[in-house]
Design a protein around this ligand. Structure first.
Ligand code: AMP
Length: 371
């Protein structure tokens, strides 16, 4: 079976092989056979995750036993929530029985705690907990976990009954979430805010790949490519190039730098559709936008800066005050809504964009160092 798999939007890497899972199941079965000799316990399987483990365990159990099932819910996505509710209770009554609770994984212990309360209310004769996986770093409860297949670190795992939003239960090995160490900055601000200047400094400082969509378009225009010809008509008027064109180009630029430690996106995203496309692209690499850092500069300062730059930059869209004002207008009409988009995710960081280059770099770095 493959070493890396994708479930929904996330990638997982193989963590415990099928053979090692089988060893773990056997180990628990051997101990249960010893400890429950002469008894007729009830295996209480915690659905849905433990069904695979319990079916194998029960087949290896040599004495009489009965089966029962209970269903509680706790996980949402990859985060465990503290609230646990019973979806389906154990039938028939467990009163006076020796119960073996079968769990797929014990992490915070919230589920175990809920089930122990239920067992005590039911007045069982005795109970033990058998789990395939146990996360000692995450476990916060005082109850003894009697039978442990394998101890695992505090990673999100799927396979062999465990799922990520419904998928992955049928995998015979266990996989863990691939962690990303990338830093991806969206450098934001109106035209002339100094994004390009700062990006040049920050890319060296943080070892990131700088992608300026404006620069890529200008390169294409200069080389008279098909993309350049298409983009030129929009750029000359200070309008945005259509999303479909820009997103395709951005994806290609990111793919060209598959080994990057992270990116500085300069001039992208400029619309909500672009922001959503960026989230999808980065999710496919198990990463996301670390933060949007926005340079805040007054409009009139921007116009003056751009007219000044126009004297030497050779950019037609910098030379004409009407085009400059249109670019600023487009920024506020179409682009500034992205502030709200990232604010909702707690990822927006505004920085004063007036001062010397190094003063502004210092302000940006203070934010970046916290991401
Ligand atoms: P810039 O160098 O970032 O000021 O971009 C110059 C011009 O390129 C803009 O005025 C747009 O016409 C075009 N452009 C750059 N990035 C984008 C983008 N993300 N979406 C649409 N058009 C863009």
């Amino acid at each position: 079976m493959k070493n890396t798999i994708t479930l929904h939007d996330l990638s997982f890497e193989k963590f415990i092989t099928k053979t090692n899972v089988q060893h773990a199941v056997n180990g628990v079965a051997v101990r249960l056979n010893e400890d429950y000799r002469g008894k007729c316990p009830v295996f209480l399987t915690v659905l849905n995750g433990a069904f695979l483990f319990s079916s194998e365990l029960i087949k290896k159990f040599d004495h009489d036993c009965e089966l029962s099932f209970i269903k509680v819910a706790s996980y949402e996505g990859t985060q465990q929530s503290d609230e646990i509710h019973t979806v389906m209770g154990a039938e028939p009554s467990l009163k006076g029985r020796d119960v073996i609770v079968v769990e797929d994984i014990v992490d915070s212990g919230n589920t175990v705690e809920t089930i122990i309360k239920i067992l005590k209310d039911e007045e069982v004769a005795s109970f033990t907990i058998a789990t395939l996986l146990y996360k000692p770093e995450a476990y916060k409860k005082p109850y003894k976990i009697d039978y442990i297949g394998l101890e695992v670190p505090n990673d999100f795992v799927v396979g062999y009954g465990l799922d990520y939003n419904g998928l992955g239960r049928n995998l015979t090995s266990i996989y863990k979430l691939k962690e990303s160490t990338m830093t991806n900055l969206v450098l934001f601000g109106p035209p002339g805010a100094g994004k390009g200047t700062q990006a040049e400094v920050l890319k060296e400082k943080y070892n990131l790949v700088h992608i300026s969509t404006g620069d890529v378009f200008r390169y294409n225009i200069k080389n008279a490519t098909e993309l350049g010809t298409l983009a030129k008509s929009y750029i000359d008027k200070g309008q945005l190039v259509p999303d479909s064109v820009t997103i395709k180009m951005l994806n290609a630029e990111v793919e060209k730098n598959a080994d990057a430690k992270g990116f500085i996106f300069d001039g992208f995203p400029r619309t909500e559709a672009q922001a959503e496309a960026l989230a999808v692209l980065l999710a496919s690499k198990n990463t996301g936008v670390s933060g949007m850092v926005a340079l805040e500069v007054d409009d009139e300062v921007l116009v003056q800066r751009l007219l000044e730059r126009g004297k030497t930059s050779g950019r037609a869209d910098d030379a004409d005050e009407a085009v400059i004002r249109n670019r600023i207008k487009v920024y506020y009409a179409e682009t500034a809504i992205l502030k709200g988009f990232y604010e909702k995710q707690d990822k927006y960081h505004g920085v004063d964009g007036v001062g010397t280059v190094s003063e502004i770099t210092d302000r940006l770095s203070k934010v970046i160092d916290t991401l």
